[in-house]
Design a binder for this molecule. Structure first.
Ligand SMILES: [Zn+2]
Length: 331
């Protein structure tokens, strides 16, 4: 029996002692390191299904946005070291933060309902995968009868139109929270908005333009359709709204942006993220909603959760923790 020479297995021991296969591997590694970075390899199609009572929910991933330096300025009321620790504790990089986008389709008796629309491929090269992932999931834009919006931030509404302003969902009625509409469509508020927010007001006007005749404004606690109930969750934006989906005894809470990535904002519900327009209200909303879904064991869908963007939430000594939903080959 031959004893393996440990030194012979390590590249550091020198090429003389290196087996030919190892030598080739080391050379390939060196070549890869010096080659320009290859384009990202495609992932499996980003859709995930689960059953809600007799209905089918399909989550479709749009990709993600990358925020550089999440330890600096991303959380308004936490020290960089605390943010860095939270990232490391979650095995996430500390140099950048990928913020995923996932939309939800609900096959309801009245038709196919879409919640939020993604980026429409207009917010950077790392997102815009909804058309391809919809095709993979067997869903077509023409089938969508209703689009329900949580709020009007660009990562949620840009997919209403293409870059030229043409409606991407030719047959859909758009359901919007009244308070959200009132804020973003108010010309007075828009004209007084700080420079950094002007684009958001203009963007909202552009996205809704081709849908003007088919926008339905709803109260904060309205029943949108049987089994789709609006839940007021203001704070992230003035009219931010979540939706409780139900069929029979089955329920799922579509959160929108009640929280951003759970590793940061669910673990630390008191953290005020830069996107929360009224951070104190957003925090109060976050605690109220998560206390409820944890106590009632309601499945949650989070727009910025890591794909497949759903699971259950448990309350911990400090904050909450997401238990991601399992994947099953059968729905
Ligand atoms: Zn968002």
């Amino acid at each position: 029996m031959t004893r393996l020479d440990r030194r012979g297995l390590l590249p550091a021991a020198g090429a003389m002692l290196m087996a030919p296969a190892l030598l080739r591997a080391a050379q390939a590694q060196t070549a890869a390191a010096s080659a320009p970075m290859a384009a990202a390899s495609p992932q499996a199609p980003g859709f995930y299904r689960f059953r809600l009572g007799g209905r089918v929910v399909t989550l479709v991933n749009d990709g993600q946005g990358r925020r550089p330096k999440p330890t600096e300025g991303f959380v308004r009321n936490a020290e960089p070291a605390a943010v860095e620790k939270a990232l490391r504790d979650a095995f996430l990089p500390v140099e950048h933060l990928d913020i995923p986008y996932t939309v939800t389709f609900l096959q309801a008796p009245g038709g196919l309902v879409l919640f939020d629309t993604g980026t429409g491929g207009q917010l950077g090269a790392t997102a815009g995968n909804i058309p391809a992932n919809m095709r993979a999931a067997g869903l077509a834009p023409e089938q969508v009868t209703t689009i329900v919006l949580t709020h009007f931030h660009a990562d949620h509404i840009s997919g209403l139109t293409d870059a030229e302003g043409k409606a991407l969902f030719p047959n859909a009625e758009i359901v919007v929270p009244e308070a959200e509409w009132a804020y973003w469509m108010d010309d007075g508020i828009a004209s007084r908005a700080p420079e950094a927010m002007r684009g958001a007001f203009a963007g909202a006007r552009r996205r809704f333009a081709p849908y003007q005749s088919r926008v339905r404004r709803i109260a904060a606690d309205a029943e949108v359709a049987p089994g789709i109930k609006a839940v007021p969750t203001q704070g992230h934006t003035p009219g931010h709204t979540s939706y409780l989906l139900s069929d029979g005894a089955d329920q799922a809470m579509l959160l929108g942006d009640v929280t951003n990535r759970p590793e940061l904002n669910l673990a630390n519900p008191g953290w005020h993220l830069v996107f929360d327009m009224d951070a104190a209200m957003a925090e109060a909303t976050r605690r109220r909603v998560f206390d409820q879904v944890a106590a009632d064991r309601i499945r949650c869908i989070g727009y910025h959760f890591p794909f497949p963007a759903n699971g259950h939430v448990v309350k911990e000594a400090q904050g909450y923790r997401l238990i991601p939903a399992p994947w099953s080959s059968a729905v």
